[in-house]
Design a protein around this ligand. Structure first.
Ligand code: NAD
Length: 453
């Protein structure tokens, strides 16, 4: 089928490359000419494992094209996927102007049987609202508007798209359901369930799913705090909880609070939608507050653990591993607070470009060991694999202090202690260096033990 995708961000590019991989002819459009120029030369402006390779392959097969001229691409399209941004405003509502503008702008150029598909995450009722805007801009009701929420996670986006647990089709008419079923037929043949429902339900499925996943994260973070008080280990508790198939082990890793482009924005929009429609979502309202407070509490904990004007190495600024995305990353809250407290902050991330644009008065290093050199305190903030396999004796030798604060619980405490580091994870008992390597680690550990987040 002929498909146009509006938006060449994480979702738009993954959707474009994967739909081309399924055999469709895809044109991906963006209003950012530099982004499109880069893509036309097969240079992918975001980091997502496997995406560059898949895009290059599909371009070579001539199933994937990039342009800034969406209207031209639209004139024989079977479907137009909207994968444009939906940022939050200050009240937590999402800004639908990109979605509405894109739909209205392309509508006059579409052939009669085309379907506009909302891939962007939007509040319930948006597809119906967009349908009325499109009808008005065409002066007729021939274009269908459907919802097809995206559940991919950055870092595993291609796998999530091509091996989804389910594909949700929101359609208020038979034609748009049929077009979407045809588009996803190759995945349905591989056994992926297709759930077709009304647009309002599809829109709610996306928000309710993300709110529930974020609640799991918030819950395990609260359990981690209790584990610390009681001398327990949240990793063992999470393992025991997660093996109950009714609960599942995913999203049960204690950490510095959720970030990224989805959970913070989607929980705010869900809560705000509840307020607006007189159906409050108090669990989610509390979650949002607790999540932000957690980032601040962890910053206070780092400040307390570090010597005055000391040097702190932060490993990881992306909101999670395997992405360069720093939208609402814990680092964006924590690092400025450390800088404001007079600490000298040394950063490393394998994909630092976006963070470099946003964090000031810090020093960047090309390697983790470079950031750790002469540090009084080391903090693991993102769960990149390369931090799991750090050469800990080397780390201990490079640092001036010997305290390692592992805010992702990715380092083996015994291995850290064996290397001469005082280890402190989240929701697990601190483990002192064996044997104590330097004089001032004990003080830092005492401070850490006294101030759980
Ligand atoms: N990133 C994720 O993990 C993820 C997962 C599921 C759903 N979503 C949702 O998908 C949507 C897109 O997210 P993203 O992370 O890909 O955003 P993004 O910011 O990475 O990309 C959005 C792109 O849309 C472009 N754009 C804006 N207006 C346009 C227009 N009129 N025509 C063409 N292009 C236009 C922008 O220039 C930008 O490149 C959001 O609603 C988001 O909530 C994101």
């Amino acid at each position: 089928m002929k498909i146009v995708v509006l938006g060449a961000g994480y979702v738009g590019l993954t959707t474009s490359a994967c739909l081309a991989d399924l055999g469709h002819s895809v044109t991906c459009c963006d209003i950012d000419p530099q982004r499109i120029a880069a893509l036309q030369s097969a240079r992918v402006p975001i980091f997502e494992p496997g995406l560059s390779e898949l895009i290059a392959q599909q371009m070579q097969a001539e199933r994937l094209h990039f342009t800034t001229d969406a209207n031209m691409a639209a004139n024989d399209a079977d479907a137009v996927f909207l994968a444009v941004g939906t940022p939050s405003d200050r009240d937590g509502d999402i800004d639908l102007s990109y979605v509405e503008t894109a739909a209205q702008a392309i509508a006059p150029y579409l052939p009669s049987a085309a379907v506009i598909v909302l891939k962007s995450t939007v509040v319930a009722g948006t597809a119906r609202r967009v349908k009325s805007l499109v009808d008005a801009s065409r002066g007729g009701g021939d274009i269908a508007v459907a919802s097809n929420p995206e559940f991919l996670r950055e870092g595993t986006a291609i796998k999530d798209f091509l091996h989804a647990d389910r594909i949700v089709i929101g359609a208020d008419d038979a034609r748009s359901e049929a077009v979407l079923r045809m588009i996803y037929a190759p995945l349905a043949l591989r056994g992926i369930p297709i759930l077709a429902t009304e647009t309002v339900n599809a829109e709610l499925i996306k928000y309710a799913a993300n709110a529930l996943l974020a609640l799991k994260i918030g819950f395990i973070n609260d359990v981690a705090d209790l584990c610390e008080r009681l001398g327990g280990d949240v990793t063992a508790v999470a393992d025991g909880i997660g093996r109950d198939h009714r609960i599942g082990g995913a999203f049960l890793a204690a950490g510095p609070g959720f970030g990224g482009s989805c959970f913070p924005m989607d929980t705010r929009a869900f809560a705000s939608s509840g307020r607006r429609h007189g159906a409050q979502q108090p669990l989610v309202e509390t979650l949002i507050e607790r999540n932000e407070a957690r980032k601040q509490a962890l910053a206070a904990r780092i400040i307390e653990a570090a010597p005055r004007h000391g040097r702190v190495a932060i490993l990881g600024t992306s909101f999670k591993a395997n992405t360069d995305d720093v939208r609402e990353a814990a680092a964006l809250t924590i690092v400025p607070l450390l800088v404001a407290a007079g600490l000298s902050v040394h950063l490393h991330d394998p994909q630092p470009d976006a963070a470099k644009r946003l964090l000031s008065n810090v020093q960047w290093h090309g390697t983790a060991l470079g950031a750790l050199k002469d540090a009084d305190l080391a903090v693991v903030l993102t769960e990149w694999d390369q931090y799991r396999t750090l050469d800990l004796p080397k780390v201990a030798r490079a640092m001036a202090g010997n305290t390692l604060l592992d805010l992702r619980n990715i380092i083996d405490p015994e291995r850290a202690a064996g290397a001469g580091l005082n280890y402190q994870g989240l929701g697990r008992a601190p483990l002192a260096a064996a044997p104590a390597r330097r004089g001032h680690g004990g003080t830092a550990m005492a401070q850490l033990a006294a101030s759980p987040a």
